[in-house]
Ligand binder design. Structure first.
Ligand SMILES: [Zn+2]
Length: 234
């Protein structure tokens, strides 16, 4: 395994409400139990994840944001920033990099976690790819170099080096976090996303359990784990 330094400040950049909880909620609980500070940055508010086309989208996205705020708090995160891009319409644009860069310079993480944009072996939402690329490009080089978005420094947000990145949803994971003690809390956090019950097909525990067991086997040391690909930006 690559040597992941114990993180103290963790920024998680996800495409939709519930992505951080589904991909790394057990790790978030383990890290916050250990005293780390965690912040979520959610790029869309999941407005396409609706049961039917008649649903009032304003109310629905408010519901999804509330669900994410509750579950993040339940896992010990400090807070959530919503960028409110439209679901399914995200691109790795300079504008999105500027928004993510501002959060990096504001929160100053030593570890950033986001989607693996290059995963190939299973279906991947286009927003996951776009957000993964935009977050990586924001961690390096844009948040590093003060010449990118110099207005941030004028507003008090200096450039920042995020030394470590973990990518979730990877087809080549090499870093595993033990979630044996926190798996139950992860499931409870995911169950707080009541609007997504239909999407989980009532098999949330089974699906997440299988995923955690597979990652545990891959780790060679844990019963239940979450899997990541490590990127060293130090
Ligand atoms: Zn998603």
């Amino acid at each position: 395994m690559p040597s992941l330094e114990t993180p103290e400040r963790i920024l998680i950049v996800g495409a939709h409400p519930d992505d951080p909880d589904a991909f790394c909620g057990g790790s978030v609980a383990a890290w916050t139990d250990g005293g780390a500070e965690v912040w979520y940055l959610i790029v869309t508010s999941g407005d396409k994840g609706v049961p039917d086309a008649e649903t009032d989208l304003t109310t629905f996205t408010e519901t999804r944001e509330q669900e994410q705020l509750s579950s993040a708090e339940y896992l010990g995160a400090q807070g959530v920033t919503f960028l409110r891009y439209l679901d399914g319409e995200v691109f790795d644009s300079l504008e999105l990099r500027e928004r993510i860069t501002l959060e990096i310079r504001r929160f100053k993480p030593d570890l950033m976690i986001t989607h693996d944009p290059l995963t190939r072996n299973y279906r991947q939402h286009p927003d996951h790819r776009a957000v993964g690329f935009a977050a990586l490009h924001s961690a390096f080089p844009t948040s590093h170099l003060p010449t990118f978005f110099p207005q941030h420094a004028q507003d008090g947000y200096e450039s920042h080096v995020t030394r470590q990145v973990l990518l979730f949803g990877s087809d080549k994971p090499d870093t595993f976090i033990d979630v044996g003690a926190t798996f139950e809390r992860k499931i409870e956090a995911l169950e707080m996303h009541v609007s997504q019950e239909a999407a989980f097909h009532g098999a949330l525990r089974e699906r997440m359990g299988q995923r955690a067991e597979t990652a545990g086997e891959q780790s060679g040391q844990y019963d239940l784990a979450e899997a990541f690909l490590f990127v060293d930006l130090g």
